[in-house]
Write a protein of this length. Structure first.
Lengths: 98, 503
């Protein structure tokens, strides 16, 4: 059985920019462990001859011609932005002060 | 901000250490639309005027790959002697950074469309170095950030940033070399020659203009040192976004000197990204490199796999142009010029215009002479590339033809070129408008010659006495009298004839 540690949950939380309290780390570690355990059972029945499935339909090569289609207007594009300035999406400081 | 970095001399670094490089080059394709949506890629649009729900990552939108993007990727792979995947997928590279509104970049992970190739590059002394290619894969560019509130637009100290997503989603091909070993002291030169050759290949395929100054081609330089005579690679640094050929060479050189200083004083190299500074050729620390698994790549569920039919691949292979190095060597032999002259023509961007001028009927030496002389001078004065000059190869060929026919001499031809560049029309029109025909009226020429002899009796006597070289002064006088519009060779013939001297 796979085991997921508290440290691994903390790492994932950091990558996902989630702030978790100590008790949440324990709580989610248990839950994620259960989920991974359930998924792992698939490999008990799927042997080496069964390839992993990333796409349920047997489709390949769906492509579009290189032809320009109308874009949104800048106003439409920015309509859902929490903040904007100079017709651009405004985002908070990216790097903290060094 | 001044950062002093300890360096050892390049020679000392190489005396103890062996550099290993890995070069990652991103090429923006010249497709009309983005990689996964139909938004235009045209430059110069208003901020955020070329976005749609797909490239903004809005819920419910679905990407569809650009067929020309895939075709360009295959062409690049084939030109780099790669195998082309029978079947491959896109993958999501997850990271949080506002330059990608989706919070992931659509890329390829362990199934690149092209892999296992090589590119032979020629160094300045003619030595050929083979650079092995690990892979070339398809991905998309990010948006453009403007940092506000800090010093001169730097991210450090900025209060906030502004994002324009017009560039987000423009097709990129990332080309990654295998570790480049055995270049030794020539490593920086190999790096530069590789990027230069790759740029030529990309241009010859007509898939991108690959202008580094416009960010259409960017290079990341990975470099590590190991003690001479050892096999195991040292820890590498990755210098990001090195945006000129000269900078690629300087960045590699600087990192060799920096690594050697750290290692020889008993320190360890930190695996990190570094920023290159054009002004002094140094690099400074960026962020500590995330481990690969931190990107949590997984197959992109919204895009179906790409499985290029072998017939298509073979069709594209058959349609590849002659590769630049082969073409260069062929032209060099045909034109009978030295490696050095060929390199000058390449650096000046003159090879294609010269070929086109020859194709338009000009002799090779004339085509080279005008492009590398008069036109290169004008281009240089105006700070323009040769192919941006407002004159066509056909027009240059016509000038050469007029010279060959004796209708123009070199001096007049230069004035004709000036006229064409000034927008006065085709060469024939400029000749007519400016009245630049060579004086071929023998009567007028003969009169001018007689006048010159009469006015310079002393010189005429010298010539009569056998000093044929003195005729130059009389030729000059005639040319002056005809305002340069005479055929100098014919003038000399006439002078000698008049004075009864054999030429």
């Amino acid at each position: 059985m796979p085991g997921i540690t508290r440290e691994e949950v903390a790492h994932l939380a950091r990558l996902a920019r989630l702030e978790l309290k100590d008790e949440e780390l324990d709580h989610f570690a248990g839950q994620l462990d259960d989920i991974l355990g359930a998924v792992a059972r698939v490999s008990e029945v799927a042997d080496q001859d069964v390839p992993p499935t990333s796409h349920p339909l047997p489709l390949t090569n769906v492509m579009r011609a290189d032809e320009v289609r109308p874009s949104l207007t800048p106003e439409q594009a920015l309509s859902g932005a929490p903040a904007q300035e100079q017709q651009r999406f405004k985002v908070p400081q990216i790097l903290g002060e060094d | 901000m001044t950062v002093t970095t300890d360096l050892v001399s390049y020679e000392d670094a190489l005396a103890s250490y062996d550099p290993v490089m890995g070069l990652e080059v991103h090429v923006e394709l010249g497709t009309r639309t983005k990689m996964f949506c139909g938004c235009s890629t045209a430059l110069g649009a208003d901020a955020n005027a070329q976005t749609c729900p797909t490239c903004l990552g809005l819920p419910g939108s679905l990407p569809v790959v650009n067929a020309t993007g895939v075709e360009s990727a295959i062409k690049i792979g084939l030109a780099l002697n790669c195998e082309i995947a029978e079947w491959c997928r896109f993958a999501r590279k997850n990271y949080f950074y506002p330059d990608m509104p989706k919070n992931f970049q659509t890329s390829q992970y362990d199934e690149p469309i092209a892999f296992n190739g090589y590119l032979d590059v020629q160094l300045e002394d003619g030595e050929v170095f083979r650079v092995e290619i690990e892979r070339a894969h398809m991905e998309e560019d990010t948006g453009k950030s403007t940092h506000v509130g800090g010093a001169t637009g730097r991210i450090h100290g900025a209060s906030h940033s502004l994002l324009d997503y017009n560039r987000a989603g423009i097709p990129l091909i990332e080309i990654v070399t295998k570790p480049i070993e055995g270049a030794g002291e020539r490593a920086p030169e190999v790096a530069k020659a590789y990027v230069a050759e790759l740029r030529e290949v990309i241009r010859s395929l007509d898939v991108s203009e690959a202008r580094m100054d416009k960010g259409q081609m960017r290079c990341d330089v990975n470099l590590s040192l190991r003690p001479n005579g050892t096999e195991e690679f040292g820890t590498r640094s990755e210098t990001k976004n090195v945006n000129s050929l000269r900078s690629v060479e300087r960045a590699a050189r600087f990192e060799i000197q920096r690594h050697a200083a750290v290692l020889s004083s008993g320190g360890t190299i930190v695996q990190e990204t570094r920023h290159f500074h054009e002004d002094d050729g140094s690099t400074t620390s960026g962020r500590i490199k995330d481990n690969a698994e931190d990107y949590r790549y997984f197959p992109e569920p919204d895009l179906v796999p790409v499985a290029p039919a072998r017939e298509w691949v073979e069709e594209l292979r058959a349609g590849l142009p002659e590769m630049p190095r082969v073409r260069r060597n062929r032209l060099r032999e045909q034109w009978g010029v030295t490696e050095h002259d060929m390199q000058s023509m390449l650096n000046a961007g003159a090879v294609d215009p010269i070929v086109a001028t020859i194709d338009a009927g000009a002799p090779a030496d004339q085509a080279r002479k005008w492009w590398m002389g008069e036109l290169a001078r004008h281009a240089n004065e105006q700070g323009k590339a040769l192919d941006e000059m407002p004159i066509t190869p056909v027009q240059v060929a016509r000038v050469a033809e007029l010279v060959a026919a004796g209708d123009l001499n070199d001096k007049l031809a230069r004035q004709v070129i000036e006229g064409v560049l000034a927008g006065e029309g085709d060469p024939d029109k400029v000749v007519e408008k400016r009245g630049l025909k060579v004086v071929s009226d023998e009567g007028a020429l003969t009169a001018a010659v007689e006048e010159a002899i009469a006015g310079n009796q002393a010189i005429a006597d010298k010539i009569r006495g056998g000093k044929v070289a003195a005729a130059g002064a009389l030729v000059g006088a005639v040319m002056k009298a005809t305002r340069g519009q005479a055929d100098a060779a014919r003038v000399k013939e006439l002078i000698l004839e008049k004075l009864g001297v054999e030429g």
